[in-house]
Design a protein around this ligand. Structure first.
Ligand code: BTN
Length: 259
């Protein structure tokens, strides 16, 4: 594969050496009329952003990209596209690893290898009310060459897991996997994505802790509902659905740090 990634039909690539955040650049594009299918790819970000207001440290060597879409659906439905992105990132990563089975998903959209985070997705959209959206940005970060070191949120990189991929190759694979998932979502709804995601979910049926906007919920990871909310079964059997929170899972077997 070449240094310039091949794109699925209808996509347009904007390559930048450095940017504040590819999501910000995609949002600026959305405001000035850029078409759905525009992909912003930067080699590094000065102010990369993660979920829940966190920083996404973005040195050269990892993948930072944002896809602009104009899905014309309400925000709660469009949030399901985060699962499409996570599935695509998982497939692209699995294809490059010595052990593809090591790839798992953590709610809502993290991709793990041996229980450690390798990729994250940040969705941003033109609105939060029930009105159809003008635009949606799917921001994707994958640790290719390096990863942050945070004991509370263990991470890894493709390099640390024995993959020898370039960022360009990964982006090409990611978009090639993402486009069919977007098509399935448009044609068949969320159900195929839900099934595929659950088939590779980390810790299904096992203990889970969710930090909610207010308080913590502990229980068993019981599944994903028809809209993409997390289902947690509490000790007394009560089933709770969670639409916003941060999930913590017990360490996966074999998740020890590779040195
Ligand atoms: C997460 O917290 O898991 C989401 C991380 C998303 C990071 C990506 S990198 C490309 C895009 N630009 C950003 O500023 N963030 C997203």
């Amino acid at each position: 594969m070449s240094a310039v990634p091949a794109l699925p039909p209808g996509y347009r690539l904007v390559t930048l050496d450095e940017v504040d955040s590819t999501n910000e650049e995609a949002k600026r594009g959305a405001a000035s009329g850029a078409a759905a299918g525009t992909v912003i790819w930067a080699r590094s970000q000065r102010r990369g952003r993660g979920r829940r207001g966190r920083e996404w440290i973005s040195p050269p060597g990892n993948l930072y990209c944002s896809l602009l879409l104009r899905p014309e659906q309400p925000p709660d439905i469009v949030a399901q596209l985060g699962f499409a992105a996570a599935l695509a990132a998982g497939q692209a990563i699995a294809a490059l690893l010595p052990d593809p089975e090591a790839v798992r998903h953590k709610w809502p959209n993290d991709v793990l290898v041996r229980g450690r985070k390798v990729a994250g997705i940040l969705l941003e959209s033109s609105g939060t009310t029930g009105a159809p959206l003008e635009w949606l940005v799917i921001g994707t970060g994958v640790n290719v060459a390096s990863h942050p070191d945070d004991p509370e949120r263990p991470a890894t990189s493709l390099a640390a897991e024995g993959a020898k991929a370039t960022v360009s190759e990964l982006l090409e694979r990611y978009l090639a996997c993402l486009d069919p998932w977007l098509g399935r979502w448009r044609g068949e709804g969320f159900e195929p994505l839900r099934k595929a995601w659950l088939a590779h979910a980390q810790g299904l049926g096992e203990a889970i802790e969710v930090r909610l906007p207010r308080g913590t919920l502990a229980g068993r990871f019981a599944g994903l509902d028809a809209a993409g909310a997390l289902i947690v079964a509490e000790k007394d059997g009560t089933r709770r659905t969670v639409t916003a929170g941060e999930v913590f899972l017990p360490p996966a077997p074999g998740s020890e740090k590779r040195v």
